[in-house]
Design a protein around this ligand. Sequence first.
Ligand code: ADP
Ligand code: MG
Length: 680
Amino acid sequence: MNRPIAQVKYVGHKKAIKLSHLGIHTTRDLLYHFPRRYEDRRQLKPLNQLVPGETVTVRVMVVSWEQRELRPNLVLVRAEVSDGHHRGYALWFNQPYIKRRLPPGSLVLLTGKVSRRSIFPEIQVEEYELGDSEGSSLNTGYLVPFYPSTAGLTQQWFRKVVFQALSESLPFVEETLPLKWRERYRLVPLSKALKDIHFPADEEALRQARRRLIYEELLIWELALALHNHKRRMVAPGIAHSRDNTLVERFLRSLPFSLTKAQERVIQEIFADMEAPRPMARLLQGDVGSGKTIVAAAALLKAAAGGWQGALMVPTEVLAEQHFLTFKRLLAPLSLPIALLTGSTSRKDREKILLGLEDGYISIIIGTHALIQQDVNFKALGLAVIDEQHRFGVRQRAELSSKGFLPDLLVMTATPIPRTLALVAYGDLDVSLLDELPPGRKPVLTYVLSESQRQQAYRLIAREVLAGRQAYIVCPLIEESEVLEAAAATAKAQELQTKVFPGFRIGLLHGRMRPAEKEEIMERFRQGEIQILVSTTVIEVGVDIPNATVMMIEGAERYGLAQLHQLRGRVARSYYQAYCFLVTRNNDVEAKRRLKVLVENHDGFAIAEADLKLRGPGELFGTRQHGWPEFRLAEFPRDLKVLEQARKDAHFLISSGYLDQPEFAVLKALAESKIQQLKL
Ligand code: ADP
Ligand code: MG
């Protein structure tokens, strides 16, 4: 199974290089390179039953050939074919040599898409094969696999090589699950599953193969997480933070509001973890506006009060700056040294800060990715907090932690991934839930508008601004192009200033601005000097300006629901009634139906569940976001039940000691290499 792929028959050096681009280096890799789909080629239809648009396989005899040059460089060769009763045509483009390969009288299996321009069907041939022997071919007559591929590797070649690799290696496949275990869940042996996932005899065989392999995949994943946690807890004690909460209590009393029940409970959970000697690894989930920042501040303060350093890492500079200001304000009476470190911190300041971190003078540091750069060293990092965790990868989380010696870790997120999915994405974390908003918050009144109705939104914005409130107008998302996004936002701001709101003070914020400019704009918005902020999605996460009460989102159909909920969360931060306008193309019924979910729901979890159903987890997490583990076969939420079972089994195998018995040796080795691969 571990043989280099080049040693498999038909592969060779050149093809081996191509396979390596697909991550395939050994026979095992190839056998675990599963088909992306299957085509049912068992039914050979007569030619008179073909339906235009469908892809079919037919068995026919070539009757005659013709060739035409349609345009320069476009040659059509067309065979009249017969299935014995009915007539049809087979088309190839720019492959005149086919005529010689299939002289009249040849029996051939054709696969391709059906079209019909006359009374006879035409097949645009994608694959063909000489077909005088019934059914024994790899490319027809059964459920035919299609592989994720790359240039220069045809599907036919793939099938041949996988088949070859299977026949060479199946006798050496090491079973990962002992017989008893398989019997318990009625799972097929690994060798059978591997054969059937590539070349299933029928749907049932395919179903059983997938069932077996999905369970195995999830069991290995859960074992890796559990082993990792187990080690982390066994190997070394973490930090036991001081139980003395005098300073924290003084801080909490100084707040202009009292904590919600949920905040109190969550702080208790976190403090209990921090006081215990084992390293904390906790996820704090709380909907937008539920008040996570105060919780983080309390935890960081507790660490600092006991002489440890605390770090808070956030995904954007705008947010880092905001947290820094908040913390400075909140913690001022306690005179703790706090610093801000981002990519745009001046060199001189940066040097000072790095020194302060190294000699322990700075108690609390707030920053962006700048915090995990190589030359940042702490004297005694005791608590690492990551805000808007879904914007970071597992790796970055680990990098921040590694700045200390087993510091406690708190990650926070408002991307309300459904609780069940949290299990997948954050399987190695304990979870705390902030399931309560501060009192007096009214649901944001949300409206879906067509572009032609945007005046309604403008009228309300004018009314709110005149009443002393502020508004955000978010320009359409342009995936992968900050430049275009910035240009669109600039034009929009100009148009609004000159044509729509000439009397109001309009500000502009986009990702192409220098950090100092961004800071200045945010500050002026915070001060109320800017009344309407035209922005790209740089304000999506975390921004907290309670006086803003209107959020208008242009091109709303381009966003995921969870992201829109985040944006809307920017204006549900006070006692004032807030409004959200989702502007979308005229007559886009589909988009409007989807956006309706936001009109009717204000709970982030419900919205995320809906989004998940509509778009699947990959999309929910979005291309700009990380943190979603990759599985070969498992899919969520479809396979959640299996995941839960696998998790139970993993814990059982570890705590009972079975995992260390010889019959589980292969499984354990796979789990351990998974830990390596994940860089946990
Ligand atoms: P998020 O959970 O989205 O990060 P924030 O921590 O930014 O939320 O809090 C949102 C707003 O609510 C802030 O203006 C904050 O000061 C305020 N806030 C937090 N906790 C409370 C509370 N218990 N009572 C009233 N307001 C609160
Ligand atoms: Mg926040």
